[in-house]
Design a protein around this ligand. Structure first.
Ligand code: ADP
Ligand code: MG
Ligand code: MG
Length: 255
């Protein structure tokens, strides 16, 4: 049983006079086996939350804490965060020239688990997961992210999650740019991780569409750097009908 705890997180981007507070006190707890959807309008700071937890250097933490099973995540290097069991797809480089998907995954698994996975089971696992994600086996020999389509990038992201078996996964806009088939395949991968490895998931999205395939236990509405409403899956249905307009108007009045 793992728990990611975010407490009163404040984050700025930019420096000096240009520094702008993007996260304005975020509180969130994600436990093993739970799926939390964070939903909000564009520019509300959802990706900033993901990048901040990932340890991206562009984001400055100005207040609050993030812990995984009581350990201070913000004090960890990016690698240490991965070894601690956090999965943040965007922590990896956009393109890794000359490194195949297959080698990249094995290197990542070795770094995270502290020893190289046994070759025979590893090859079998990679095959099984790729097949489940309806990926061409030849994909494993392509260079990481080189010429990947949007759908291939997302499948690769979920393939990583399946093989690295994190405790907590943070998926930012996993649904963007996916056609219905890819969306289904990617969602099934996320659902399998919840079933077979009890992963806790923070699913960040602008659209409600992915929530037809991945059923969240909790929905958090994110506006202007804060969680402004919380509920169960029924809240996603309300957002689908009404959008974010009511929340955005509220946050302007109180800003
Ligand atoms: P969302 O993911 O909800 O669309 P973002 O976290 O991407 O929102 O952006 C929130 C705000 O922070 C936006 O106003 C955006 O312009 C600003 N922002 C995010 N990252 C940076 C950055 N690296 N440099 C400057 N501004 C940024
Ligand atoms: Mg605060
Ligand atoms: Mg974003």
């Amino acid at each position: 049983m793992s728990v990611l705890e975010i407490r009163d997180l404040h984050v700025t981007v930019g420096e000096g006079d240009d520094a702008k507070e993007i996260l304005r006190g975020v509180d969130l707890t994600v436990r093993s086996g739970e799926t939390h959807a964070i939903m909000g309008p564009n520019g509300s700071g959802k990706s900033t939350l993901a990048y901040s937890i990932a340890g991206h250097p562009k984001y400055t933490i100005t207040g609050g804490t993030v812990t995984l099973d009581g350990e201070d995540v913000l004090a960890m290097t990016v690698d240490e965060r991965a070894r601690a069991g956090l999965f943040l797809a965007m922590q990896y480089p956009v393109e890794v020239p000359g490194v195949s998907v297959s080698n990249f995954l094995r290197t990542a698994a070795t770094a995270i688990q502290g020893e190289a996975p046994k070759l025979r089971t590893w090859v079998k696992d990679v095959k099984t997961e790729m097949s489940a994600l309806e990926m061409d086996p030849a994909f494993a020999e392509r260079n990481v992210n080189e010429g990947f389509s949007g759908g291939e990038k997302k499948r690769h992201e979920i393939l990583q999650m399946r093989l690295l078996k994190p405790k907590i996964a943070i998926l930012d806009e996993t649904d963007s740019g996916l056609d219905v088939d890819a969306l289904r395949v990617v969602s099934e991968g996320v659902n399998r991780s919840r079933e077979d490895s009890d992963v806790g998931t923070l699913l960040i999205t602008h659209y409600t569409r992915i929530l037809r395939y991945i059923k969240p236990d909790f929905v958090h509405v994110f506006v202007a750097g804060q969680i402004v409403d919380e509920g169960g899956p029924e809240l996603a249905e309300k957002l689908e009908e009404q959008g974010y307009a009511a929340y955005v108007a509220d946050s302007k009045e109180t800003a």
